[in-house]
Design a protein around this ligand. Structure first.
Ligand SMILES: Nc1nc2c(ncn2[C@@H]2O[C@H](COP(=O)(O)OP(=O)(O)OP(=O)(O)O)[C@@H](O)[C@H]2O)c(=O)[nH]1
Length: 761
């Protein structure tokens, strides 16, 4: 191992090369001084010893096994052999027995890097002695040779470096400092690289200050002064102008200091960076032009370093969102918090896609919060401009363009079209289904969307005056407790009414005006919301009017932005359309009521209020469609002509009203009671048996018999005769023939003396 290290050192110091050490003269002096015929410097290799310097012999190398020096190397110490011929270790050594007939040998180690690599030795063919003093002297010679070898190597290395520098585009210069800095060395490539000959500079024929600009001279002087004041390294850029050309040179200088800290020398590398300077200048000019162009084009710029989380923007960028340039916060968090909540997810997605390499550019439009609380539409266009060693983006840069005006115009147009579409949709839904509530519910989500709101309702006033209430056709589902759940269920059943108008939305109904509240609780009529109800931060109440009458309203809540009069104006066509529909519904309802009235009138006997004959026939037809037992009867007032004749027609009328009342009282629905004409009434009675019904008819007869009509001062007694036909099952029965049968029985009842019930046999 140790031997290996030694051989490596030999290799390293090129002692295994053929080159001599150039110390033959020293060997001559040494031989002279020690009065020996041979003095050598031997380097002991693996198999042989090579003589690097010699005096007194022509031998270049010998086998290692015969080399005396190998013992010096192996034992790492001086070796003195006074008489080899008598020394058993060497007596048969061919170098002893033959040429050069070694008899005396004194060797001292050559040490390099603590390794003994060879020896400096003295040889004589005669026996000799060596005193201690001379041996010490030889040891010192060995040390000097060792030092010489080391220095030679360093010198060789330096020569090689200098040789490299001379061929390189880098000029090496050294200044020595005594009272001032003086150029003491400059590499020969100075002429080629800098255009100034090294010779001229070193001889002082040309001064550096003669060829550099004033500005560069200042920079150079500054560098040197910095070194004089203790700065170890420095770099600057100098412009050098020679008659043939002008170049830019970068100078990197290093100071060397003495132990007391005083400056000893300055070494500098100078290299031509004109190309780089040219590119830089061009880039600067381009940047400058770009900046002017951006400023002129009203473009905001951003340059986001992701790793450092620094987002640099220009002044225009700040202007777009109304931020003072000086107070701009460069963090991405600040940038993000300006993005509109409704656009945030999309922006993040677009950014993510670009960062992951899914898109070559980041290009999207979104809204940003202006310091004046409005939203600014920006078009953002960005691109990765720098990546790390793994290709991941570390810097993205881009532009912002304020497109608010264009977007608002476009959005307004789009919304207008959307509004007209959904107005048509509402109308169509109503016409198709004749169901206004369904139509309102269908368009509610679109209304919320188009108005940028969170909640909405559409209501219509129902009822007259004091009792009028707002019927809720459609409302956003907001359920937060059991009572609101009940309320929402009422809504589902189409039975939700708002009747208290002493609050924010009620203001719209009461005043018939648009209600705008953009700060929660700020409106004088605001009563807040029930506990648990989502916060209503902004509210817009829009009245639906027919002429000046409020017939309903739209309530909108929680727009991202503030509600404005323009919002109300924008939605006016919808309000008008709903007003039209509400009016149509009102008309429809009125017509239905009138029709019902007419229908009732056509079916009613005006004197008694009972069904008339036609209605009786209709009702009998209905009865004939169901199963069950019963009877049909005809009732006739006895001697009614006499009543008329005796007490007058009016008394007759009163008698008819009285009897009609009795009949109606005795026969409730589903029985049918009608005045068939004159003093004749028709009756359908239900009952299990004929007997059971008979009891009912008898009761009616008796009730009339027992009643007395008081007309003016007269008491008028009345009786009725009844002809009745029993029906086992009413289903499919022909009532007209049964009535005819009952009429015959009535005739019989009259014949038998009146005030009787007679059944069809
Ligand atoms: N006051 C009044 N009389 C009416 C009305 N309609 C019919 N009458 C009268 O009713 C009378 C019916 O008389 P009649 O058909 O002769 O029968 P009656 O007098 O009741 O005798 P009987 O039926 O045989 O018991 C006529 O005098 C009609 O003028 C009416 O609406 N009001």
């Amino acid at each position: 191992m140790n031997d290996q290290t030694r051989l490596k050192t030999i290799d390293d110091f090129m002692l295994n090369s053929e080159l001599p050490l150039d110390l033959d003269d020293l060997m001559a002096i040494l031989a002279e001084a020690y009065q020996v015929p041979i003095a050598l410097i031997g380097i002991v290799g693996q198999y042989e010893e090579t003589f690097k310097a010699k005096f007194g012999t022509d031998l270049a190398r010998i086998n290692r096994e015969h080399a005396f020096c190998s013992r010096v190397v192996d034992e790492k110490k001086q070796l003195v052999v006074c008489n080899a011929k008598e020394d058993p270790r060497f007596s048969d050594n061919p170098l002893v027995t033959g040429e050069p007939n070694i008899c005396f040998y004194a060797g001292t180690p050559i040490r390099i890097n603590d390794q003994v690599v060879g020896a400096v030795c003295l040889i004589d063919s005669k026996p000799r002695e060596m005193d201690e003093k001379r041996l010490k002297l030889l040891e010192r010679v060995g040390a000097l040779v060792s030092q010489h070898i080391s220095l030679s190597r360093e010198h060789e290395a330096l020569k090689r470096e200098h040789g490299l520098i001379e061929k390189s585009p880098i000029v090496l210069a050294t200044w020595r400092y005594d009272t001032s800095l003086r150029l003491v060395h400059i590499s020969n490539n100075s002429e080629r690289v800098l255009g100034i000959s090294a010779h001229d500079l070193l001889e002082g024929l040309v001064e550096l200050s003669d060829v550099i600009t004033q500005e560069a001279d200042n920079a150079f002087t500054f560098a040197m002064q910095a070194h004089m004041e203790g700065v170890e390294s420095h770099s600057c850029r100098l412009q050098i102008t020679t008659p043939s050309r002008t170049i830019w040179v970068s100078m990197i200088s290093t100071a060397n200091f003495r132990e007391d800290g005083a400056l000893y020398s300055v070494q500098a590398f100078l290299f031509d960076t004109s190309d780089q300077k040219y590119v830089e200048d061009k880039l600067n000019k381009t940047n400058q032009r770009m900046r002017l162009l951006l400023e002129a084009s009203e473009l905001g710029t951003w340059d986001w370093n992701l790793a450092a989380d620094v987002n640099q923007v220009n002044k225009r960028w700040c202007d777009i969102v109304g931020i003072e340039y000086e107070y701009y916060d460069t963090s991405a968090r600040f940038f993000r918090q300006l993005i509109h909540p409704a656009d945030y997810v999309n922006v993040e997605k677009m950014l993510h896609d670009h960062l992951k390499g899914k898109t070559s550019v980041f290009n999207t439009t979104f809204r940003m919060k202006h310091t004046n609380d409005s939203w600014v539409w920006v078009e953002s266009y960005g691109k990765t401009v720098e990546t790390d060693e793994r290709g991941r983006p570390v810097r993205i840069a881009g532009i912002h363009r304020d497109i608010t005006e264009r977007m608002e115009r476009e959005l307004h147009e789009k919304k207008k079209t959307q509004l007209l579409q959904f107005i048509n949709k509402t109308r169509a839904s109503y016409l198709q289904n004749n169901d206004l509530t369904l139509a309102c519910q269908t368009v509610l989500p679109e209304l919320i969307d188009i108005s940028d709101s969170q909640f909405a309702f559409i209501g219509q006033m129902k009822g007259e005056g004091e009792t009028s209430r707002l019927f809720i056709h459609a409302i956003s589902e907001i359920v937060w407790d059991s009572s609101s759940f009940t309320q929402y269920n009422e809504y589902k059943k189409r039975n939700l009414y708002f009747s208290n108008f002493n609050n924010l939305f009620g203001t719209t109904i009461v005043t018939g005006e648009v209600t705008i509240s953009n700060v929660s609780g700020s409106h004088p009529n605001s009563k807040g919301v029930p506990k648990g109800h989502p916060r209503i931060s902004r509210f817009l109440g829009l009245p639906i009017k027919i002429k000046d009458r409020v017939v309903g309203m739209i309530g909108l809540a929680n727009k991202f932005d503030v509600y404005t009069v323009e919002d109300a104006e924008f939605l006016q066509p919808l309000l008008d359309a709903l007003a039209g529909l509400f009016y149509a519904v009102e008309l429809e309802e009125g017509r239905a009521i009138a029709e019902e009235k007419l229908r009732r009138l056509a079916m009613t006997d005006s004197l008694t209020g009972l069904y008339n004959r036609r209605a009786f026939v209709d009702e009998c037809n209905k009865v004939s469609q169901r199963h069950g037992s019963g009877c049909v009867a005809i009732i006739d007032v006895d001697h009614f002509k006499k009543v008329n004749d005796t007490y007058g027609h009016d008394a007759g009328d009163q008698a008819l009203i009285l009897i009609a009342g009795k009949i109606a009282k005795q026969n409730q629905a589903p029985g049918v009671v009608a005045r068939l004409g004159g003093e004749e009434f028709g009756l359908v009675v239900f009952g299990e048996t004929k007997e059971e019904i008979h009891v009912q008819l008898e009761a009616l007869r008796i009730a009339v018999e027992e009643s007395t009509l008081t007309y003016e001062s007269d008491k008028i007694s009345l009786t009725i005769s009844i002809g009745a036909a029993f029906i086992e099952d009413t289903f499919g029965v022909d009532f007209s023939s049964l009535l005819s049968d009952a009429d015959k029985s009535l005739y019989l009842a009259k014949e038998k003396g009146r005030n009787k019930v007679v059944w069809v046999s």
